[in-house]
Design a protein around this ligand. Structure first.
Ligand code: ADP
Ligand code: MG
Ligand code: MG
Length: 448
């Protein structure tokens, strides 16, 4: 990864290795297969939800009233309805994240609990998957530990997602049009993105990948009378967003106008605004309410499988249930996490910070910007964390991500695949997570 730019020195930006654990971590084999088994269900569920404007409007109303970022996204979503140049194809690249929770009773088993589902800009399938497994096998070998009998699952995330990305690009129907990676000005995760680009070329050398910095596209993006999208005067088939998920990535109104222009164009989006919206924590909370899954999924087994992965989630809407949730969190802060509708790590509130925030806003509608979630306490194991060339022993906890990729065509989900996984671990001293946020490190599982 590139180091964060040191603006004071003026030196060329240096890179360092992405942080990782020296050895793989053990992870429950049955929980691992349970998380794999629900990924396709998640793709079809989220696609259905993304097309249900009445449902989205209803459940996001209270959030929209106090969160201008979600409000802006929703306004663009509404503008796409009935859009004459509408693109029927979308490319979904999802990562569902889980932590293990010990079941009550004996013998105890570890069950996977969904932390969140990332419907956009999910990262580290480039450098964080098979490469980390190989690195850890190398470390085991050097330590004189045989890994022949260790169950370290194969990881097809990079190849599998690259394939779906290229197949999506082909659906646009113009082999001259670009596949654009829309990125941040000060992107540090450049090697992850390069690995994806190379995997796409490996699958099909005809694809034309370009990286564009969103800020620079503000004055160079346009559409023609047929709704075709052009950036720097080149026609664009696909816009793959590795930016546009945080408020500070939209410093001006012009940024929102350009995001809207892209959405209303005939280019394929990954994700569309609709899929970005269904990835919000508010939707996660509403889907966990009794009866809501059944509205979208007819297969009872699928409903059961999915619900089995849900933690307890609480709405903070302005009603008696919301009042009760505020009270619960203030009385027992160690049992909960307070989450705003943000991405990228470092945004959640815990313990005294959560109590302070809820004490201040818990009585008015500002609380609707958040949801409350049961805190998961995963099992701890010892490992070495290698961070910026320094090695230290830590008590670690892990979070498993399952990568899925799919295409859509109108109401249909096509080409849906569960392609691989990402294990991230962190010292149990940290409450929040995220590799890019400088907390979690790359890891890979040994299934036991
Ligand atoms: P983001 O979209 O910012 O990644 P997450 O919901 O994944 O938001 O939360 C960030 C991190 O906070 C997670 O990676 C995890 O380490 C921690 N976390 C989130 N929810 C919980 C929870 N319910 N219990 C324990 N830790 C959690
Ligand atoms: Mg997220
Ligand atoms: Mg997360």
């Amino acid at each position: 990864m590139l180091n964060k730019p040191d603006e004071s020195s003026g030196d060329r930006q240096k890179s360092s290795h992405a942080p990782f654990t020296m050895y793989p971590s053990s992870f429950s084999k049955s929980a691992f297969s349970q998380t794999q088994s629900v990924q396709d269900d998640i793709h079809s569920l989220f696609h259905k939800v993304s097309r249900d404007v009445v449902f989205l409007e209803e459940v996001l109303r209270s959030t929209i009233a106090v969160d201008s970022f979600v409000k802006n996204l929703f306004e663009i979503y509404k503008a796409t309805l009935g859009n004459e140049f509408a693109q029927k194809v979308e490319i979904g690249i999802y990562r569902s994240d889980y932590m293990l929770q010990k079941s009550p009773g004996e013998p105890a088993v570890f069950l996977p609990k969904q932390i969140e589902i990332n419907t956009m800009a999910a990262s580290f399938f480039g450098i964080g998957t098979n490469k980390v497994k190989r690195l850890q096998q190398y470390n085991l070998r050097n330590a004189g530990i045989s890994f022949d009998n260790l169950n370290m699952p194969e990881n097809g995330a990079l190849g599998g997602i690259a394939r779906v990305m290229v197949e999506g690009w082909k659906k646009y129907g113009n082999p001259e049009a670009l596949f654009v990676f829309m990125i941040n000005k000060s992107e540090t995760n450049i090697y992850d993105q390069r690995a994806i680009e190379y995997a796409m070329y490996e699958y099909d050398p005809a694809v034309k990948v370009r990286r564009k910095v969103f800020d620079n596209c503000i004055s160079t993006t346009r559409t023609d009378q047929d709704g075709k999208l052009f950036i720097d005067d080149e026609e664009v088939a696909v816009v793959y967003f590795r930016t546009c998920y945080m408020p500070d990535q939209f410093p001006t109104n012009k940024h929102w106008e350009v995001r809207k222009l892209i959405e209303l164009s005939s280019a394929i989006k990954s994700p569309s605004i609709a899929h970005q919206l269904v990835g919000s924590k508010k939707i996660q909370q509403v889907l966990a309410k009794p009866g809501v899954l059944e509205k979208f999924i007819k297969d009872e087994d699928a409903v059961k499988r999915l619900r089995g992965t849900f933690a307890d989630l609480y709405s903070l809407d302005m009603n008696a249930a919301g009042d009760a949730a505020v009270k619960l969190a203030i009385e027992k802060p160690e049992g909960f996490v307070l989450k705003p509708q943000r991405e990228g790590g470092g945004n959640n509130l815990y313990d005294s910070e959560m109590v302070e925030q809820l004490t201040e806003i818990g009585g008015d509608e500002r609380r609707c910007a958040y949801i409350l979630m049961e805190k998961i306490i995963p099992p701890v194991q010892k490992n070495y964390i290698i961070y910026d060339h320094a090695c230290s022993m830590a008590n670690t906890v892990s979070e498993l991500g399952i990568f899925g990729a799919f295409l859509t065509n109108g109401d249909e989900v096509t080409d849906s695949h569960t392609v691989g996984h990402l294990l991230r671990s962190k010292s149990d001293k940290h409450k929040d997570g995220g590799v890019a946020a400088g907390v979690a490190v790359l890891d890979s599982p040994i299934l036991i």
